[in-house]
Design a protein around this ligand. Structure first.
Ligand SMILES: *Cc1c(COP(=O)(O)O)cnc(C)c1O
Length: 400
């Protein structure tokens, strides 16, 4: 007899339908869900290997790079962050990390664990760095690598990158860029901006489940990798070995998560079908409509309009309104998930995502109407219908 009794037989899995309008995961495109249900190929099957080649080409398009070392690491966005850091950093190397939110802080933690001598510069949550302060810090620290986040998902801040990358190169440093929430939602130009190492994730604006981390290394980063004196500290994330599987050798390293690679391939195909420009324009328009609606409700947004992301909006919770009461009701009555605040914004702000497939006019209208209903029921005095009206005016203007 087995000492652990048999549990009750679970009924077949049947998750409730949701509108995933938080900081990720975002709603998955139906084509991607269908791809995940397809029969497996072996991880060295010629057909699967061809799918990997195709995925690399598609990733080069979304990253706007011709770099050979462009592939999907097995793991979520944080695995991408760790891959970039452990492959570039050897113990004792100096790294400068720019922190204006949770993900910059995570980069510092990962870099310290990898043995980097980390220096940080900080900006209050919601703000972005200006090139001059980064320049001063680079001159002071003399880093091998500068780490920075393009789209800070904890605050909704959109960090301009091009100038900072130029400054880093002038000082002989490499730049490592977090595009987890940026990729597929706002322009990311890896070659034009000369980004040395970049990582992303699948579950934000690519509208794919979490599970893979697109990564790309440019020439300088590949050279630094080849010049290492010590082995990469992580066996699993060692690009010198992983590239032999993604490259022409096809040497087994670890078993590729087959269904996730199907999903990413299909998600990228959807991006190509839409085209990057059209995709960015769609995100921009829906973001503008949401921002207009929230402002019409009298709510204030955390970031200033110049540095406000369209795909992730951090909005302050009105005085006297309980965070969880509203989020629970949105989920229960409308199936809408939005995110709570992180760090100093815990209990103080909501994070509303309009990412990838979820960036749609119907989602904007539904969220605004549902949020307005919640707030009015809680006694917040709001002019009825103003929010959806303001959003609809943005769409009407764009259609002219
Ligand atoms: C979500 C996110 C990450 C972490 O990705 P996971 O998939 O949760 O591991 C890193 N950076 C940014 C900017 C993110 O939004």
């Amino acid at each position: 007899m087995s000492p652990v009794p048999k549990p009750p037989v679970p009924s077949p899995l049947n998750p409730s339908p949701r509108f995933l309008m938080g900081p990720g995961p975002s709603d998955v495109h139906p084509r991607v869900l269908a791809a995940m249900g397809m029969p497996l190929l072996g991880h060295l099957d010629p057909e699967f290997v061809a799918l990997m080649d195709e995925t690399q080409d598609l990733l080069r398009y979304v990253f706007q790079t011709t770099s050979r070392m462009t592939l999907a690491v097995s793991g979520t966005g944080s695995a991408g962050m760790e891959t970039v850091i452990v492959n570039l950093i050897e113990p004792g190397d100096r790294m400068l990390v720019c922190i204006n939110g949770v993900f910059g802080a995570r980069m510092q933690d990962v870099a310290e664990r990898a043995g980097a001598a980390v220096a940080v510069i900080e900006r209050p949550y919601g703000q972005v760095f200006d090139p001059d302060e980064v320049k001063a810090a680079i001159q002071r620290v003399g880093p091998k690598v500068v780490g920075i986040v393009h789209a800070e998902t904890s605050t909704g801040a959109w960090q301009p990158i091009e100038e900072i990358a130029r400054i880093a190169h002038e000082a002989g440093a490499m730049i490592a860029l977090d595009t987890v929430t940026a990729l597929g939602g706002i322009p990311v130009e890896i070659d034009a901006w000369e980004i040395d190492a970049v990582y992303s994730g699948t579950q934000k604006c690519l509208s794919c489940p979490p599970g893979l981390a697109p990564v790309s290394f440019g020439t300088r980063a590949v050279e630094a990798l080849n010049r290492r004196k010590k082995k990469v500290q992580s066996w699993y994330l060692d690009l010198t070995m992983i590239q032999k599987y993604w490259g022409s050798d096809r040497v087994y390293h670890h078993t590729a998560p087959i269904s996730m690679n199907y999903a990413l391939r299909e998600a990228l195909a959807v991006v190509v079908e839409e085209g990057l420009e059209a995709r960015f324009a769609r995100h921009a328009l829906n973001g503008r409509a949401l921002h207009a609606g929230l402002s019409a409700m009298g709510l204030s947004l955390v970031t200033d309009p110049k540095h406000r992301l369209p795909q992730l909006t951090c909005v302050k919770i009105p005085d006297g309104v309980d965070d969880l009461t509203v989020r629970r009701r949105l989920l229960r009555d409308w199936g809408i998930e939005v995110g709570g605040g992180l760090g100093p914004f815990k209990g103080q702000a909501w994070r509303i995502g309009l990412m990838g497939y979820g960036s749609r006019q119907s989602n904007v209208t539904l969220l605004l109407a549902a949020l307005e209903t919640c707030l009015r029921d809680l006694g917040v005095s709001l002019p009825a219908g103003e929010a959806t009206h303001a959003a609809s005016a943005v769409y009407a203007e764009a259609a002219k």
